[in-house]
Design a protein around this ligand. Structure first.
Ligand code: C5P
Length: 393
């Protein structure tokens, strides 16, 4: 592959030659584009020696034609990886600023695969502006490669240390070569909790295991995964998964509706509460003598049906169904009604399938009417079957 390594001016720039070497050693062609600040940390001679090409850093250098250099580079490259990416270059990318060789090259490559490896002081990383900019890059289809350590529960990137060259290399290559490379997928998982009062909720027994297995499998195949998760005890392993933790159906609805437009596919696995208490008391409800308690429930929005209405050409939408009677017919009518491309029917009859357990048995029904009946297997194997049938490649 032909890869541009973009280097901005952080101390981690000293690691860039190692990434270039790793790419070259594995048979890839590499050109370096550096900011002038980057060249305070690493010399052009070093970069030139490891890459075998002159370094592009000055839009107005006599040796290059300023009007075409970045365009030629864009046409030459399959991908660009910015390592290290400072808060400054991330902000410029998010805003579309093109005022030097690297930012201009990046802007010209909006249609190509772009990878960004943030490296900065942790306060700068957690500054709201930087977090907003990183979110913007994600929404623009840029893959953020953060250090595996320090992944925060909020889903934002780690402590600001740049990922190691080997990690950047493997993320980059697996993402470029993986079957779902360049695809962005939304997955909902787990239960929702609907508050009754300050300490109580209405929930269900969903463990989230099926959705988390789907997230891992799709991330391993190179997809950028946004996992909108209800309350679970599960953790994610793959750094290609961005997790948004929610509690209620309405929070899950907001996160899903906001994320779906930039996705190629959505798989809605969550066991969403169909109803919520109309009122949530802000204190703990007290026992009221020997009287019973009646809680008025109101309907929650249907996330799947909403995404079915929002769905545009080229997007794939998958729902799950858990039926107790007329399973097949009900699942098929749900597929039609909610404008789905595929529905996964969970079995309630089979021991070892469904809520909480590590195994599942499903029937996949597609829009064209074809069906794939699975055996009882691990949720991970079921996830692999579902992803295979999705044919997102
Ligand atoms: O209609 P039913 O609730 O049986 O549909 C189940 C499917 O719809 C699942 O994929 C579930 O994640 C999704 N769903 C949803 N929002 C709701 C209820 C269900 O996305 N409020």
């Amino acid at each position: 592959m032909r890869i541009i390594v973009g280097i901005s001016g952080g101390i981690a720039a000293y690691k860039a030659p190692m990434l270039v070497r790793l790419l070259k050693k594995n048979g890839h062609d590499v050109q370096c584009v550096a900011t002038s600040h980057a060249l305070q940390f690493v010399t052009p001679l070093t970069l030139q020696t490891v890459s075998g090409h002159a370094v592009y850093s000055d839009l107005f250098a006599e040796s290059n034609d300023f009007s075409t250099e970045h365009i030629a580079l864009k046409d030459w490259a399959d991908a660009i990886v910015v390592a290290p990416a400072t808060a400054n270059i991330i902000a410029k990318m998010a805003a579309g600023v093109a005022d030097d060789a690297l930012s201009t090259t990046l802007l010209s490559m909006a249609g190509k695969r772009r990878f960004v490896c943030p490296a900065m002081n942790s306060d700068m990383l957690h500054a709201p502006a930087t977090q907003r900019n990183i979110e913007q890059l994600r929404a623009d289809g840029v893959t953020i490669i953060e250090s595996a350590v320090g992944e925060l529960a909020c889903g934002c990137v780690g402590d600001g240390r740049m990922a190691e060259s080997e990690e950047i290399y493997s993320r980059l290559i697996s993402s470029m070569e993986a079957p779902l490379a360049g695809k962005k997928v939304l997955i909902t998982a787990g239960p929702t909790y609907e508050r009754i009062d300050a300490v109580r909720f209405v929930g269900n027994f969903s463990s989230g295991k099926m959705g988390y297995a789907l997230a891992e499998v799709m991330a391993e195949q190179g997809a950028e995964v946004v996992l909108v998760s209800g309350p679970t005890h599960l953790t994610t392993r793959h750094s290609g998964i961005r997790r948004i933790d929610v509690e209620s159906a309405r929070q899950m609805y907001s996160a899903a509706v906001e994320t779906f437009p930039s996705c190629d596919a959505a798989v809605l696995c969550a066991a969403v509460a169909d109803y919520r208490p109309e009122h949530c008391a802000d204190h703990k409800l007290k026992k009221n003598g020997n009287k019973g308690l009646t809680i008025e429930m109101v309907q929650n929005p249907d996330i799947l049906a909403t995404l079915g209405k929002m769905k545009r050409e080229g997007q794939t939408l998958v729902g799950f169904a858990l039926e107790t009677n007329d399973e097949r017919a009900n699942a098929k009518s749900k597929l039609e009604r909610k404008n789905l491309d595929m529905i996964v029917l969970n079995s309630l009859r089979d021991k070892g399938a469904g809520f909480g357990v590590d195994t599942n048995k499903v029937l996949i029904i597609k829009r064209d009417g074809s069906e794939v009946e699975g055996e009882l297997k691990s949720k991970r194997a079921v996830a692999e079957d579902i992803v295979r049938e999705l044919k997102l490649k």
